[in-house]
Write a protein that binds this ligand. Structure first.
Ligand code: SAM
Length: 311
């Protein structure tokens, strides 16, 4: 718990599936581990509890996370990297590490990012349409809405939001932006109001926001790149736990853990015809939070955990 500017007590983030995801890593006290999504540090602190001479490297591309580093994170065993996890192999090389004993990734946004009005991740607040996790990057949600062509916008709403009337939504945005630039939550919601189905307002806008957020942060590219690199970065027998929050991410993780590639197509050895597998799934059935966890932390309700072991 921390005190905000107005003196109210706030929690940066409540970690989801904490015991299940960390337990699944089979942590060795002298091993090297990666927490690719440090956030409030909940998962990192749990990993550190299991380490003796081992080491943890935490990644997060959001600068706001820096304020959580003093909070019970043991510096002797911990290194923080304020970058996108898609550069993990590069940073490991920089630190002279070839392979690691386990990886944890708890994808998506933190409660802090979602609840800070000015970050623009939530349609609950009147704010500039930003949605960048990494504020050093250039592309904001408003840039997408004002500059992407029809085809690109349509693909985003269809593929990343699975928005049912994506064509109507895209045409409404394209028409609207010729009159006024789309900059703030209120302008945007007013513009797309005719597209929003009655009684499904929140669900619909959540999908639209999800689509924009995925594009702003290139989330699926980063995930695919990280999973690809994890095949080289993990030692044989080392484990990876990935927590996802929507079906697009979960599909990618499931495919890679099952077949070694994001399309889910099994690769066969060209000479012997054996199926080449990079991972063995530890849990075939996805792990979801218990009712007790959801009651305590409703934001964990869509979390899905998959664990795999490097072959
Ligand atoms: C769900 S939160 C993680 C919460 C954390 N496990 C905890 O216990 O507090 C996800 C975090 O990952 C970060 N993040 C998401 N995608 C990232 C990426 N590609 N590279 C680095 N950080 C990323 C976000 O900025 C956010 O802080």
């Amino acid at each position: 718990m921390k005190e905000d500017e107005k003196g109210a007590m706030t929690t940066y983030h409540v970690p989801a599936l904490l015991q299940e995801s960390i337990g699944g890593l089979n942590i060795k006290s002298d091993g090297i581990y990666l927490d690719l999504t440090f956030g409030g540090g909940g998962h990192s602190r749990e990993i550190l509890k299991h380490l003796d001479t081992g080491r943890l490297i935490g990644f997060d591309q959001d600068e706001d996370v820096l304020k959580n580093l003093s909070d019970g994170v043991d510096e002797e065993h911990f290194t923080f990297v304020n970058h996108n996890f898609k550069y993990m192999r590069h940073f490991l090389r920089y630190y002279g590490i070839e392979q690691v004993d386990g990886i944890l990734a708890d994808l998506g946004v933190s409660s802090h990012e979602f609840d800070e009005a000015e970050r623009g991740f939530s349609f609950r607040f009147e704010a500039a349409l930003d949605m960048r996790m990494n504020r050093r990057s250039d592309l904001k949600a408003s840039d997408i809405l004002n500059n992407y062509d029809r085809e690109a916008l349509l693909a985003i709403f269809r593929n990343y939001g699975e928005v049912e009337n994506a064509k109507y939504l895209t045409d409404t945005i394209i028409q609207g932006r010729t009159k006024n630039e789309i900059r703030m939550t209120g302008d945007f919601l007013q513009l797309i109001a005719p597209c929003i189905p009655k009684q499904k307002e929140k669900k619909y806008v959540a999908k639209v926001y999800q689509a924009l957020r995925i594009e702003v942060n290139k989330e699926l590219d980063a995930l695919s790149e990280m999973l690809q690199q994890s095949k080289d970065v993990l030692k044989t027998g080392a484990r990876i736990s990935v927590i996802t929050y929507h079906s697009l991410e979960d599909r990618i993780v499931k495919n890679v853990f099952k077949t070694g590639n994001i399309d889910g197509i099994e690769e066969k050895d060209p000479i012997y015809g054996h199926v080449k597998k990079a991972f063995e799934e530890v849990n075939r059935k996805v792990i979801t939070p218990s009712e007790e966890e959801i009651a305590l932390n409703p934001r964990a309700r869509s979390a899905k955990l998959r664990i795999a072991e490097k072959k």
